[in-house]
Design a protein around this ligand. Structure first.
Ligand code: GLP
Length: 242
């Protein structure tokens, strides 16, 4: 695992965008695993700018997103599918039919999980999986627990996750209590993983995940077992590792 410490959020975002752009330039029809949350926004903005300036073509990539809230779909501007369209896909010219999410609106949760597992299998391994990091060490919505869960699954969100994500909703009461997430098998199947984390809020999680033991209590610690992981953090997120 490589750990790269940047001065600040902007530098972290620039490095993440450059890595993504480089992999797409090398393989224009690559499979990108993508993440939501505030952390990747700076990188996505840079990718959109590169596309607008004609320096990058993302029109042939296939994307698989990590997760989606149960009950939300493209008709909701709080869903992750809407988030990705707003912040990346529309501006970067990634066709809708190249993008994939768990179906948060499927009333049958077992079916939703099965279908997304099949989608992941048909798309194939991600050439690059981008990850953020939850304050409690989650990746995607793989929350701390007694075991790493391999497959796509429905998650009861941790109260700290609901608290952290309420800023995207009108109130905490509106944050869905459940979500679908890619499991650890598909995350670890990625050929290359790039995890980004910024801010002092993430410092405990960065330390626990990358300086502590591999444990399902800190889901991101499983990345220590992957052969090609780059962790890009800013000084604040790294501050407890020193
Ligand atoms: C969310 C997402 C994760 C994301 C994490 C951190 O709940 N499900 O994929 O990485 O929490 O979010 P943020 O980047 O906003 O801190």
């Amino acid at each position: 695992m490589r750990l790269l410490v940047c001065d600040n959020y902007d530098e972290m975002s620039r490095r993440a965008a450059e890595t993504l752009a480089d992999r797409v330039t090398q393989k224009p029809d690559c499979v990108l695993g993508l993440a939501t949350g505030s952390t990747p926004l700076g990188a996505y903005e840079r990718l959109v700018t590169m596309v607008r300036e004609g320096r990058l073509d993302l029109s042939r990539v296939t994307t698989v997103n990590l997760d989606e809230y149960r009950g939300l779909g493209e008709e909701s501007d709080r869903s992750y599918v809407s988030f990705m369209r707003t912040h990346l896909f529309d501006g970067a010219g990634i066709p809708k039919e190249h993008t994939h999410f768990p179906d948060g609106t499927d009333p049958d949760s077992d079916h939703a999980c099965r279908v997304y597992e099949e989608v992941l299998a048909s798309v194939g391994r991600q050439d690059l999986q981008l990850l953020g990091l939850g304050r409690n060490g989650h990746i995607g919505f793989n929350e701390p627990g007694d075991a790493f869960i391999p497959g796509v699954h429905l998650v009861d969100l941790a109260s700290s996750t609901i608290e952290a994500n309420k800023r995207f909703f009108a109130s905490e009461a509106e944050v869905p209590r459940q979500a679908y997430t890619m499991g650890m098998r598909a995350i670890l199947a990625a050929k290359e993983i790039l995890l980004i984390a910024s801010g002092v809020d993430k410092a405990d999680a960065v330390k626990a995940a990358f300086r502590g033991p591999v444990t399902p209590q800190v889901p991101a610690s499983v990345l220590q077992l992957h052969p090609d992981v780059t962790v890009v953090v800013d000084q604040e997120a790294y501050s407890k590792c020193m």
